[in-house]
Design a protein around this ligand. Structure first.
Ligand SMILES: [Zn+2]
Length: 311
């Protein structure tokens, strides 16, 4: 059973509604919701959702799975991270508000759908040149442990966003969708797949397999979870830390996404216009590179990627 209903987001000048699809597969329980992308350029998430929909409609579901596709409608068309009319990052304004610009109103619509009785919610994003991975929020909630073990059940690396880490708090991660759902008793995490420019068939199939593992563990599908051999899952918990460079310059990475590093090992260097090394990008602890720029310009104090640092 596949049903499509249309969720209105906003009106056009001719009075017509802009609507996005909510695809419902199976009518049993438990039920899972996949939603995204609220960052317009992260369209590789939609390819993953299509594959999951194909899988579920051909192999059958014992529970149910829903897909809310393309909430940042204008952002999709313009490949912009923020909602373009309001210039709002939807992922920082949950649970949303109806009367404070389109971005907040879309956040409210997504939140209303996501908080309606699901047993698990997956908020889908794409993190550039990364290995597919799970981000869980550490909120001190009763659900923290369950969400973390659901993360591990995917077979992918799991990184923890701890709201007492300054750069995570500064980025207002606490107002992304999963923390607000968890506070209302709905287990949820963020799922990061490679950005569209870095996605290929092998990464796409890993990204899909991981979500089948999650659904198998939840009982949405009757299948045995399978190991994912292409990525390694460290036996220790990892906290997410941002990699940045004080100096602006051209980035040259030494580590790939998914590779482990030792404390103070060079993860990347930042060079000036003549190729002189201005800065070595390191971390004072062991961990795993999760997402990293390949080539390009780092801005002053700018983003280069992020790592999971072992606790
Ligand atoms: Zn995103």
């Amino acid at each position: 059973m596949v049903e499509v209903s249309w969720i209105p987001l906003f009106k056009l000048l001719n009075g017509e509604d802009v609507r996005i699809p909510l695809v419902r597969i199976g009518d049993g329980s438990p039920r899972i919701l996949f939603t995204g992308p609220v960052h317009g350029g992260e369209v590789s998430t939609i390819y993953v959702m299509w594959r999951l929909m194909e899988y579920l409609s051909s192999s059958g579901v014992s529970g149910g799975a829903d897909f809310l596709i393309g909430p940042n409608y204008l952002g999709l068309l313009t490949a912009s991270r923020n909602e373009p009319l309001s210039n709002i990052n939807i992922n920082r304004v949950y649970p949303g508000l109806e009367k404070a610009g389109l971005g907040r109103s879309i956040a409210k619509t997504v939140f209303q759908v996501a908080s309606k009785g699901y047993d698990f919610v997956v908020d889908m994003h794409a993190a550039g040149n990364c290995i597919p991975h799970i981000i869980v929020d550490r909120l001190g909630s009763d659900l923290d442990r369950e969400v973390y073990s659901r993360g591990l059940s995917t077979g992918l690396p799991v990184v923890i966003d701890s709201l007492d880490v300054d750069e995570i708090r500064a980025d207002m991660i606490g107002d992304s969708l999963p923390p607000h759902l968890i506070r209302r008793g709905v287990p949820a995490f963020t799922y990061e797949v490679p950005g569209p420019e870095y996605m290929d068939e092998s990464l796409l199939s890993i990204s899909v397999r991981a979500m089948i593992n999650l659904m198998a563990g939840l009982g949405v599908v009757e299948e045995e979870p399978r190991r994912i051999d292409e990525v390694s899952q460290p036996g220790r918990a990892m906290i997410r830390r941002i990699l940045s460079s004080e100096h602006p310059g051209l980035v040259e990475p030494f580590k790939k996404a998914g590779e482990e590093f030792r404390a103070y090992e060079d993860i990347a260097v930042v060079k000036d216009l003549l190729g002189n090394v201005m800065e070595r990008v390191r971390y004072p602890g062991d961990g795993m590179v999760i997402s990293i720029m390949r080539m390009g310009v780092a801005r002053p104090h700018g983003y280069i990627g992020y790592v999971g640092v072992y606790e």
